[in-house]
Each structure stands twice: as structure tokens, then as C-alpha cells.
Design a protein around this ligand. Structure first.
Ligand code: AMP
Ligand code: MG
Length: 485
């Protein structure tokens, strides 16, 4: 019997039963397809009719494909610094699909009804936030940054009730390398179940880092790998001006993928203190705090592994601390390399770091747009933007020009480097809001699809790109994004 290309092979359910609860999505009354990610479906080897309404029952969870074993996963997490028991309160992992190129990926519904982890929530999601996750995760994928992806969005035909009244309910199908989080380990540490922690360490290592040289202590191998992947991820976020907005430990994956696009946003005007999220009052997850917050989360991760590192707790702490302490230096090296790529600097010269920080200071002082400043430097023309008119900036440009002459490689290589590391277009908040508004209020997906097309190939200058490059004018900025519920 044809199973539409699904190749389920579920391994998470081989872990102890405390890790999950088996349950099916709650059926919905009148599902309708809104979005379907055809290129992703093709890459996944799916072969059912790729468009039209036929798939609505499937992506609403009304029909469960053969081989799926739906579960809600148990996890805990530190939310804004406070530890809580969480779990999939509105998500259900349908199962693990094996792609034609032999990758194991989780297929997860988000908004598919209550679970034992719902904590009084309705288990549902509204259309706007699911469209937001779809477009931002596609943009991240286009930017070449590890991320979960979105396969489909359906509306349920039912309303969900939020502060701002009734909203159309929706379900997003999310595809991820896995949904194992720092919070999954925190859950087991909270339970004090270290035999299960050990099983999860081995499972995660085998699933995400099978090629790496393994320490005799698997917990250490995992910690080092997760730290490296998370460092790479944060560096990528900083490269493109991404602000996750809710970097709680339950939203930090062991795979190193970006997950959970709630109140996230891309920064327009450069300022490390930028915060968009309406729930982030203290600026805990501000743009420039992300590296230290990732380190904070990794420290919580290391703590969960201590009993697996050494039976003597002091020794275990010393070993883990040494690893965590190497974060800052690794970050510094990777950050410098990334910024040099953005500026097309090859080789090592003494003043490189100063040159970079001088630029960032000038950008902050002149309220320069992060993306456009680098894009205009790449184009090499005198740009309209105010910063380009300033003498201090012009003299910085001269220094940058002189430094580029010291590159060991040709100028073309330097130019290519800049092209590869500086997006032409990002999903700017005001454009995202405009697209979601049209889709949710008028059922008009045109702005959404246009924006989607633009952000899918962010490093190439396309026709009619200028509306997506303009940042909001003074007074029309969007200051807040609301958590995706
Ligand atoms: P998030 O902020 O999306 O990472 O979610 C944090 C926790 O809240 C997770 O355990 C979610 O499953 C849960 N949650 C969020 N929204 C809902 C909802 N509408 N119903 C039930 N649980 C929810
Ligand atoms: Mg989450």
C-alpha cells in the first residue's frame, strides 16, 4: 500500500516511558490547507499530491499515516531564569521520518490539541504565529542557518481565544533534526534519574554527533559538541541580526538547530540592546546578550550531566567548568572570523578587531541599518544612508579599504566572501507584520508569498527587492512582537 513516501522509523519511543506520552492529535472540524512546502516535501521523499486540499486531513492530524506513533515529549526548562516542568503542551511528534538521503527527522504538529503537559492551556495555536514560524524558519534556512523547517500550515475551522479575542486556529507541521532540548536533560536531572540521562546522552550522541571522536565519557563528548554547535548558531544569528527573543533552555536544541519562532525578529537599526519581545521586560534576550545567554543555558546543560561525569561531585564540577570556561575564547575567535568575513578581510592583521568595533560603534551612534550598511559596503557605492555621509565613517572606510589591500587573496575573493556572509534581504519585522495581517485579516496570501519568495534566496539581488530592503522610518518602527500563542 502506498504510504505517500512516509518512511517512519521511530526511535525515541525506545527510550524509557517517562520520556513521552503516547496520544493522538485531537481531531479538528474543518481543516483547510494554507501553505505547503513543496521543495521540502520533495527533499523528504514524500510523493502524495503536493498541492490542493487533499492533504488537509493529514496535516490537521485527522488522519494518521501508517507507521506514525504520535507522542508528546516530556521536558522541563528555565524560562527567563526560572525552572519549570513543561513538556509538549500543544505539540505532538508524529514520528521520525527517514529521508532519501538517510537523515532522521522528527515530524511534529504544533497546535494539535491538549496533552498531559498543557498546564491549563488549550493546546492550540493561532494562524498568525504559525505563519510567522513558517516564514522566519524558511528565511533562516535560506540564510544557511541551522533551523527547524515548516512543511505545512492548515487552518482548523475552529477559533482559538487569546487576549485579542477569537482568532483562526491553525496547525503547523514542523520538521526538526530532533526535539531534544537542554530542557529534556533538565527534566531527567530534576527526576534524579541518571540511568535514563545516560541513555539519553547515548541516544543524542548517536543521533546528532555520530562521527565525532568519542571521549570515554559520552556526556563530555555531547557537552563539547552541543557547545560548539550552539556557538556556531549564535554567531550566525549575530551575523544576520537575528534576535530569538525567548532563549529559554527548553528552546535550545541539542542538535544545534534554531527552534521556536515566537517573538523573534530581525534587527533593523544596529543596537546591541535591541529587544522586540513584549514579554522580555528586562532585555534578558536582547541582541547583544545572546552569546552570554547561550553560555548560561549551556551551563544548565552541563549541570544536568555532572553525575555522569564523575561520581565525586567536586571533580565533576571541575571538569565541566573547564569546558564551559572555554566558551568565551571560542566565541571571540569565531566572532572575529565571522565579522572579518562580513567585511571581506582575509588573513590576520593587528588592527582587525579594532576596525570591526569602530564600525559597530559608528553604526550604533548613527542609528545605521545593520543589513543595509554591510550591503552598501559590499556594493561599494556611496549610499544614501546618513552614516555614509559622515566624515568619521568616511575615514573608517578609508582604513577598511587600506586593510583590504593587505588581503593575501585577490579583491574578487574578498568580494565573494562578503557576498556569502551579508544578506541582501532579511524578513524585516514591518514586512512580516504586513504579510501576516493581510493573510489573517483578509485571507490574502499575496504579500506573504512575495515576502517568502524574497527571503528564500537572501544573498542574491533580485528584481523589485527594494521594498524589502527599506527599514521602517522614524515613528513607524515596530517595537514589540508578541509571543506566538
Ligand atoms: P514556548 O514558549 O512556545 O516554547 O512554549 C513553552 C511551553 O508552553 C511549552 O511547554 C508549550 O507546549 C506550552 N504552551 C504554549 N502554548 C500553549 C497552549 N496554547 N496550550 C498548551 N500549552 C502551551
Ligand atoms: Mg518551546
Amino acid at each position: 500500500m502506498s504510504n505517500n513516501g512516509w518512511q517512519f522509523d521511530n526511535s525515541y519511543t525506545s527510550l524509557p516511558e517517562m520520556m513521552y506520552v503516547r496520544l493522538k492529535p485531537t481531531k479538528v472540524s474543518d481543516p483547510k490547507m494554507v501553505l505547503f512546502n513543496e521543495p521540502l516535501a520533495l527533499k523528504m521523499g514524500l510523493d502524495f499530491p503536493l498541492s490542493g486540499q487533499n492533504n488537509a486531513q493529514l496535516f490537521a492530524g485527522n488522519q494518521i499515516p501508517h507507521g506514525a506513533e504520535p507522542i508528546a515529549q516530556a521536558y522541563a526548562g528555565h524560562q527567563f531564569g526560572h525552572f519549570t516542568m513543561l513538556g509538549d503542551g500543544r505539540a505532538i511528534v508524529l514520528g521520525e521520518h527517514i529521508t532519501p538521503d538517510n537523515r532522521r527527522i522528527d515530524i511534529q504538529f504544533k497546535g494539535s490539541g491538549p496533552t498531559p503537559f498543557s498546564r491549563g492551556g488549550d493546546g492550540r495555536a493561532a494562524l498568525g504565529p504559525m505563519l510567522r514560524e513558517y516564514i522566519i524558519s524558511e528565511a533562516m534556512h535560506g540564510l544557511g542557518i541551522p533551523t527547524t523547517q515548516s512543511l505545512a500550515v492548515v487552518t482548523t475551522g475552529e477559533n482559538v481565544y487569546r487576549e485579542n479575542g477569537p482568532l483562526p486556529g491553525a496547525i503547523l507541521t514542523r520538521v526538526a533534526a530532533s526535539h531534544i532540548r537542554v530542557g529534556t536533560f533538565e527534566y531527567l536531572a530534576m527526576k534524579g534519574d541518571f540511568p535514563t540521562s545516560k541513555k539519553l546522552v547515548d541516544y543524542a550522541l548517536k543521533r546528532h554527533y555520530p562521527q565525532t571522536d568519542q571521549d570515554t565519557l559520552h556526556a563530555l563528548t555531547l557537552l563539547k559538541n552541543v557547545m560548539e554547535q550552539q556557538l556556531n548558531l549564535i554567531i550566525n544569528w549575530l551575523r544576520v541580526g537575528f534576535i530569538h527573543g525567548v532563549m529559554n533552555t527548553d528552546n535550545m536544541t541539542i542538535s544545534g538547530e534554531t527552534i521556536d519562532y515566537g517573538p523573534c525578529a530581525f534587527m533593523d537599526i544596529y543596537n546591541p540592546e535591541t529587544v522586540f519581545s513584549s514579554i522580555d521586560h528586562g532585555g534578558r534576550y536582547a541582541f547583544g546578550n545572546q552569546p552570554s545567554m547561550a553560555k548560561w543555558n549551556l551551563t544548565r546543560f552541563a549541570e544536568t550531566l555532572l553525575p555522569l561525569i564523575d561520581s565525586d561531585s567536586k571533580t565533576a564540577v571541575n571538569i565541566a567548568t573547564e569546558i564551559i570556561d572555554s566558551y568565551d575564547e571560542q566565541f571571540e575567535t569565531k566572532w572575529l572570523a565571522m565579522m572579518k568575513n562580513k567585511l571581506g578581510l582575509v588573513g590576520e592583521e593587528q588592527g582587525d578587531k579594532d576596525l570591526i568595533t569602530q564600525l559597530l560603534t559608528l553604526m550604533e551612534q548613527n542609528r545605521a541599518d545593520y543589513t543595509n550598511t554591510f550591503f552598501n559596503l559590499l556594493k561599494g557605492e556611496t549610499a544614501q544612508e546618513m552614516i555614509f555621509q559622515k566624515d568619521a565613517f568616511k575615514s573608517w572606510q578609508q582604513k577598511w579599504h587600506d586593510r583590504r589591500l593587505l588581503n593575501s587573496d585577490s579583491q574578487e575573493i574578498s568580494q565573494e566572501l562578503m557576498k556569502k556572509h551579508n544578506p541582501v534581504v532579511i524578513p524585516r519585522n514591518h514586512k512580516v507584520e504586513e504579510a501576516l495581517d493581510a493573510a489573517c485579516k483578509n485571507g490574502d496570501l499575496t504579500p506573504f508569498n512575495n515576502l517568502l519568495a524574497a527571503v528564500k534566496t537572501p544573498y542574491t539581488s533580485q528584481k523589485d527587492i527594494s521594498p524589502y530592503q527599506s527599514y521602517p522610518t522614524e515613528g513607524s518602527e515596530i517595537y514589540q512582537t508578541f509571543c506566538g500563542t
